[in-house]
Design a protein around this ligand. Structure first.
Ligand code: AMP
Length: 437
């Protein structure tokens, strides 16, 4: 199948060819005609599947056929949970729309609002925004929504995780009733479905990977290791396996800083990226990582969300995430758009319950690999998926108190709606149904 057969016109086909995309990815094959049909679309797709082009290309196609935008108005609004993702989606809009005469802009918090107001003054065809800043701009009359033709909610699951639900509902109420709605999410939990009900009407449902499944092209391994040995093991792996570009996940901002210092001191150029860093520092770290100047990018979940680094070969979970779905997101950073990648988790005994949650969610037992000299004193169970009779319930309480995990991207309050994520004793047939956990 070719891009031309999907109904895109010459300026877009030219831009796609310039990106050297030869075939539309599965999500693009499904989403592009669905969006062009004008119907609402609900898509289950992880980052890395090509979903951004999946909605950007048909939106640009539709906009290029309509009438140009006027003062302070917007024709297509794309909401994303984080600044990084907003910036990357905006970049895609610019790249794919290069040969069209459409105006686009991106707005997010953490930077001055005035230049954004100026940019919006003449109106833009496509606006990419994070929810908080968009509402600020709206309240200051810098943007009007009455001409919105298409509304996209990107990474809806993450929006809810980050506590944006009220902002999203507010924004939706401000939109004109007649519009096309597109919703993208890696996972479809009950709260997402509830949100979708109020937003999407008679949608075309598009799905490329069953929700909560991990990308097939990613080889996954668990390296059992004692907690104290993790930094040294990571260093050994980076050096011996000669990883030139590795994205490392930690659970906390402080943990990210500590590990970055450790790697730097050991001679591996590293940079941390998390919500306490200024926008400038994050952009610089990401740019350095992309050019190869920075060998290890150490990130928290929220900050890493939406990072689009072409063909990232190596992802390491220095610590497992508290929320099993985040594992799926994390490893979605590698093996993108058909390229193969490797995701390695350094797991200590304290984390065996978290590992069990991940293995149940993704319905797999991840291969264990012991490294000589790093065999753990406190071993991991061979099959962490098995529900335990009496669970050790402590592992991450301590870190909650002393080293707060990052819940948010700057300004917004964390979601208070996730008590169900705390581990409960599981029934015998756990693993069949982890939805809404
Ligand atoms: P996304 O899932 O939108 O974050 O896209 C993941 C990566 O795939 C990005 O780096 C895109 O540039 C790339 N990509 C998107 N569509 C294609 C395609 N049809 N062929 C090859 N690469 C693509």
């Amino acid at each position: 199948m070719s891009f031309a057969s999907l109904g895109l016109s010459a300026p877009l086909l030219k831009a796609v060819a310039e990106q050297q995309y030869t075939t539309p990815s599965p999500i693009q094959q499904q989403a592009i005609p669905a969006v062009l049909s004008g119907r609402d679309v609900m898509a289950a797709a992880q980052t890395g599947t090509g979903k951004t082009a999946g909605f950007t290309l048909p939106i640009l196609e539709q906009l290029s056929r309509g009438t140009p935008v006027k003062g302070n108005r917007v024709r297509a609004l794309i909401l994303t949970p984080t600044r990084e993702l907003a910036a990357q989606v905006a970049e895609s809009v610019a790249v794919y729309g290069k040969h069209l005469r459409l105006k686009s802009a991106v707005v997010f918090g953490g930077v001055k609002i005035n230049p954004q107001m100026m940019k919006l003054r003449g109106g833009v065809d496509v606006l990419v925004a994070t929810p908080g800043r968009l509402l600020d701009l709206y309240q200051q009359n810098a943007v009007r929504f009455d001409n919105i033709e298409t509304f996209v909610l990107d990474e809806a699951d993450r929006m809810l995780d980050m506590g944006f639900i009220h902002d999203i509902r507010k924004i939706i109420q401000l939109l004109p009733a007649k519009r096309q709605n597109l919703m993208f999410s890696a996972t479809f939990s009950d709260p997402i479905r509830k949100l979708a009900k109020g937003l999407i009407h008679d949608p075309v449902e598009v799905s490329v990977t069953p929700s909560n499944s991990t990308a097939k092209t990613v080889a996954q391994y668990v390296y059992p290791v004692d907690k104290k040995q993790k930094p040294n093991l990571l260093l050994k792996l980076i050096e011996e396996q000669q990883w030139q570009q590795v994205l490392v996940f930690t659970k906390t901002k402080h943990g990210a800083n500590r590990l970055t210092r450790f790697l730097d001191e050991a001679g591996v150029t590293a940079a941390a990226i998390h919500g306490n860093k200024s926008q400038g520092a994050r952009t610089k770290a990401l740019a350095g990582f992309k050019t190869g100047e920075v060998r290890a990018l150490v990130a928290t979940d929220i900050a890493a969300r939406g990072l689009d680094i072409d063909q990232l070969p190596q992802v390491v979970n220095f610590e497992l995430p508290n929320v099993a779905e985040d594992y799926v997101h994390r490893i979605g950073r590698t093996g993108r758009a058909g390229a193969s990648g490797q995701a390695i988790s350094l797991v200590c005994a304290d984390e065996s319950d978290l590992l069990g949650g991940i293995e149940r969610l993704t319905r797999q037992t991840i291969e264990r690999r012991l490294i000589e000299g790093f065999e753990p004193v406190h071993p991991l169970p061979e099959n962490a998926q098995k529900p335990r009779g009496h669970s050790k319930r402590k592992p991450h309480h301590k870190s909650h108190k002393t080293d707060h995990p990052e819940h948010k991207d700057g300004q917004r309050a964390p979601a208070a709606h996730k008590p169900a994520r705390r581990r409960r004793p599981r029934p015998k047939n756990a693993g069949q149904n982890n939805r809404g956990q």
